[in-house]
Design a binder for this molecule. Sequence first.
Ligand code: SF4
Length: 464
Amino acid sequence: MNTTATTPTKFKPFTRQSIVSARQWEWLTPELQEAVQVVSHVLPFRTNAYVMDTLIDWSRVPDDPIYRLTFPHRDMLPGAEYEQLRDLVLVKKDDAAIARLVHAIRMRMNPHPAGQMTHNVPRVNDAPLKGLQHKYKETVLFFPSAGQTCHAYCTFCFRWPQFVGMDDLKFDARECGELVDYLKVHTEVTDVLITGGDPMIMNTRSLAEFLEPLLIPELAHIQNIRIGTKSVAYWPQRFVSDKDSDDLMRLFEKVVASGKNLAIMGHYNHAVELRAPIAQQAVKRIVGTGATLRMQGPLIRHINEDPKSWAELWTTGVRLGAIPYYMFVERDTGPRDYFALPLARAHEIFQAAYSMVSGLSRTVRGPSMSAFPGKVVIDGVVTINGEKLFALQFLQARNPEWVRRPFFAKYDATATWLDHLKPAFGRDRFFFETESGGALRGAGGRVIPLVPAGQRGHAQPDAA
Ligand code: SF4
């Protein structure tokens, strides 16, 4: 088996339709090929020659973390569902029946966790502003329409409904006139997060059309422009060798020269994504412009459970000039049972990784849940008055007064999300469920977890 790593310079995507033309396809066993062909009807994938040639170690497939991350697997569906779909796809080849079953399976996968399409969208004269979300006082999110696809369709990411056609993303914007008008009157806003999808999918000229209007004197209160991207890991050529990569660097320099902080929010899942020379060069090129590069990503079962991978990622990033930022908790959407880890385990992994690195890498925060009330971090497991508890706090919140306010939940070894937790000390509600700030309740009276606006797109990744 030829596993020689190469570094492609020409972007070549692969999807279900084209993967059979990849030279690596024949290296897969018939069982793995079948799983890819069957499950990708529900959870499509998209990858490229760089990920295939450089990041995946084919001698370790199917256990290679990037292979697990990139391709759909049989275990992502319950056995009976898989068999039913397999029969329709490979034997009966009944397109209408496939479409019905696929839709039913997707609906079971919680494709729209608690109204992410509608919350936080600012309105003017009772009309929603296209392409904008405003959840936290100081931060506005902007979704340029040309940046609403990705280098990968990560099945753990709640963007997957968009990629399978379940979301038509009604609020993406073709130009940024409304954004600029909104920001002119909202002088409390200091940060704009440009997100997707992946805005770095855009060519430099298109990206400039969204960035340059933010540099005008009337928007002097905008101090930070953030861009969420997976390109740093899955197509670092964007910053190094694409034909307009030098222009991109000049654009970054222009933003920095305007006096604003340009923060690239890089989505990394595994240390291997920062081992290739071109990935390291991309970091150097980005920080060489005066921009900052923050590293963030979700903790995912099968992919990055090893604390050593996180420690290597953060340490390498810091050496190159990047800043470790967030370890997120995997969200409750898609094939969640396949990827989710209990909060208790997530905390252990974070602690172990944190203890392996020097203070310069300890800028990282986590494990953090991006839930409806805000970003909640698990600080630790403690025993108070004989009761074993999770110690938690908000890193970001709908109500700014909640930030950094410690609170406690009963320890639960199996809980995987905030709404699985129960308040400590005999209380029936957490403080944020009774104070104003916008927490919603589900049918059972529990907090409804919502992907904060900033988590769209690099969503496990993005931190608004
Ligand atoms: S937004 Fe990021 S995490 Fe989500 S599918 Fe795209 S690359 Fe993957």
